[in-house]
Design a protein around this ligand. Sequence first.
Ligand code: NI
Length: 291
Amino acid sequence: MGHLKFFLNSDEINLDFSLNGHVTRTRYFYKSMMLIDSHAHLEMPDFKKDLEAVIQRAKGSGVEYIFTVGTEKKDWKRALEIADSHPSVYAILGVHPHNAKEIDDQTYPMLKELCRNEKVKAYGEIGLDFFRNLSPRDIQLRRFREQIGLAKELGLPIVVHDREAHQETLEILKSEKAEECGGIIHCFSGDDEMAKVCMDMGFYISIPGSITFKNAERFREIVKRIPLESLLVETDAPFITPEPFRGKRNEPSYVRYTAQKVSEIKKVTFEKVAEITTENALRVYRLQFSP
Ligand code: NI
């Protein structure tokens, strides 16, 4: 016979079932008044000096989990190190469209290996950036398609980066049947129609700090019409710092300003936004198992 072990953390219950030395863990989250920063870049040099303080401040602001995104080869191991050494941090790995031109024969085998780590909860960020065009467009398109295939092979949801490439992003998501892996449209900047198509494919829409900007009226109108059940909040730290800290370095604790703005726009309580966006994030990253 196997046996069950049961233990509590600050906000989760772990049930370990062991049989013949093999342990299966089921994790239940039960605290709802918490926030999740669904997308940050803690491995970037901006956080080198005060990473521990940044993670502590996030905890202190109710941000229980941070998903840090390693976007290129030099960052993957660092992202994993941070996730491995902090229970509140998980990792997302992939090749950003800016770095698409750097992909070589070694890249995918290396990612496959690294993504076996159980702290890796998604594949990304992948997609298209036709604003900065740091990699040639044809290469971005090809690598985006390939990486959707790789994510499916790995059984991971994808995190999509789309800047000034809405049409092409949608075409690829559809033709590559991205609904099979699902995932997140990070830093959403599309319109109602795009949001609808993505939601129909089972994707979540992640809202960054730019929603707090004075000139973001149109964006706020669009977010108002997206159901809370499809929304996540993110910082994309160190970038896109929300008001009232715009111009300074962004960090995960500031995700509450984004959640606060979403609550104002949708005329629901902050607690409700925290609860639903947390449930959404736990679901898409497959951290929640219903009892
Ligand atoms: Ni990012």
